[in-house]
Design a binder for this molecule. Structure first.
Ligand SMILES: Nc1ncnc2c1ncn2[C@@H]1O[C@H](COP(=O)(O)OP(=O)(O)O)[C@@H](O)[C@H]1O
Ligand SMILES: [Mg+2]
Length: 477
């Protein structure tokens, strides 16, 4: 531990997510290429390209969004204390506003279906946002390959998207550009782990003084009718989800128009087909959900919470173990654990035994979970998290944890009841969020606490070894 605290790694540990922008300023002059090696291009965006890159120190693969624009035009020394306190500068270009917005919002998000931000850099011409990589590409490409999706696959996908939207709306954030190009697959062809990306046009509202959104942003064919009128709310995201879901099931859009005028005419009438022969085999609960999401009147449209808790997503008997994970690359032992349910019990046991009484230890643990956990390990615990998050709001409430202990590890339920609030407080130590720290646990904190302690320690040790060998290499080269 001394090694870590005294060495290079501690500097990284202390860079909290909220300070990513400050980190960006501090690193001004230190080129991203010192930390990452660029590899192949992953996608093209409106303001720049996204590349795969490899972290030099750890060999980890990441994605980096490169934009030909700088966040800070002048090199003032005083960095903002907190990314959330950043003021928009008048002279900023549209691209730099979008970038700032994207970083500011991503830094607040911690959900299994939101692409995670790692850090950001700036040089004389570009800003770089380093993100978790999704190697499976865009949902859009998968839709072109597959054509129609089965109802089970639609349920699998849409529950994740809606869980993300429910989480965002609870945080007073609307995405405003939901479409299959911005939904990424973690692994090729695998629908069990998707990530929502591209928060450039997302918006956060003030709950004490909520004003309608005015900007006409998003992608025409996925835009809710009220967006065209210039006065709308977060319900625009539900509409986009409805359009996406319709397209997944039929390969067609519910409302089509070559231009804005014809599309708006269709939207004013508000009729879409659910009766033709291709819809005859689609079950009524699914049609009911589509109707609820594609209500032209936003007041009558389902909320994200109502949508994710709709009967369509509850088709599976609640007692069934629905751990949903790509099993193709799993080791035999892991597969047995997943299939027998032992994996959930193991995670709940680790969670109960989690012990870290200081903020420093917690920040080291959370650094290691976010930076060094392998994708395979992360995917397994993520699938447990999703299984336990029954109401799909992207956090585990005390009640959900209690129910999980009763269901999957009844012999531990008493101990959890005893430790419950204190345990949650400890796991959440240092979290900066409104409300009590013993009400719920967020995604990354659950992952941190549910990881096997021994596995965490092994990774720490390996990383320290790697770090010292890297510094030796650079000294000798
Ligand atoms: N984390 C990521 N992992 C893999 N590919 C990504 C990642 N982020 C973005 N991409 C690819 O780059 C494209 C553009 O990124 P996006 O954030 O949507 O930028 P823009 O705001 O310009 O549309 C995406 O549609 C996707 O193909
Ligand atoms: Mg995009």
């Amino acid at each position: 531990m001394e090694n870590i605290l005294g060495g290079k790694l501690f500097k990284q540990v202390t860079v909290a997510k909220e300070n990513l922008l400050r980190d960006l300023r501090l690193r001004e002059g230190k080129h991203i290429s010192k930390f990452y090696r660029m590899s192949k291009m992953l996608g093209a965006g409106s303001f720049g390209d996204v590349w795969m890159c490899v972290q030099r120190e750890t060999g980890a693969h990441r994605a980096v969004k490169v934009t030909k624009s700088k966040i800070f035009e002048n090199k003032e020394k005083d960095a903002p204390k907190n990314v959330l306190e950043m003021q928009d500068e008048d002279e900023s270009t549209a691209a730099s506003q979008e970038l700032k917005n994207e970083i500011r919002i991503l830094c607040q998000l911690d959900h299994p279906n939101v692409v995670r931000i790692h850090e950001s850099f700036q040089d004389d011409h570009h800003t770089y946002i380093v993100l978790e990589i999704c190697k499976g590409g865009e949902l859009n490409d998968e839709m072109q390959i597959r054509g129609k999706f089965s109802e089970d696959d639609v349920a699998k996908l849409m529950r994740q998207v809606l869980s993300c939207i429910n989480y965002l709306h609870n945080k007073n954030i609307a995405h405003r550009d939901l479409k299959p190009e911005n939904i990424l697959l973690e692994n090729n062809k695998d629908l069990s782990q998707i990530k929502v990306a591209d928060f450039g046009t997302a918006i956060q509202w003030d709950p004490k003084n909520k004003q309608p959104f005015k900007e006409k942003v998003g992608t025409l064919i996925y835009m809710a009718p009220e967006v065209f009128t210039g006065s709308y709310s977060e319900k625009c995201d539900i509409w986009s989800c409805g359009v996406l879901m319709y397209k997944l099931l039929s390969t067609r859009f519910p409302f089509e128009g070559e231009d804005e005028v014809t599309l708006r005419q269709k939207l004013t009438v508000g009729e879409f087909d659910l009766t033709s022969s291709e819809w005859s085999s689609v079950k009524p609960d699914l049609k009911d959900l589509l109707k609820g999401m594609l209500q032209t009147n936003p007041d009558k449209r389902l909320t994200a919470d109502e949508a994710v808790n709709h009967a369509f997503f509850k088709r599976k008997p609640t007692d069934a173990l629905v751990i949903d994970i790509d099993k193709s690359k799993m080791k035999k032992k892991q597969l047995e654990e997943v299939e027998s349910g032992a994996i959930i019990k193991g995670a709940l046991t680790n969670f109960l035994q989690f012990s870290a009484k200081s903020k420093a230890k917690i920040s080291i643990y959370s650094y290691f979970t976010s930076e060094l956990l392998s994708k395979a390990e992360l995917n397994i615990i993520t699938s447990v998290f999703k299984e336990l998050d029954k109401d799909g709001d992207g956090v585990l409430k005390y009640r959900e944890l209690m129910d999980s202990y009763k269901k999957y590890a009844p012999e531990l339920a008493g101990e959890f009841e005893q430790k419950g609030n204190g345990l949650l407080k400890m796991v959440n130590l240092g979290c900066r969020r409104p409300g009590n720290l013993d009400d719920y646990v967020s995604y990354s904190r659950f992952i941190m606490a549910a990881m096997k302690d021994s596995s965490m320690k092994m990774r720490m040790a390996a990383s320290v070894r790697m770090s010292s060998s890297t510094s030796q290499t650079s000294l000798t080269s």
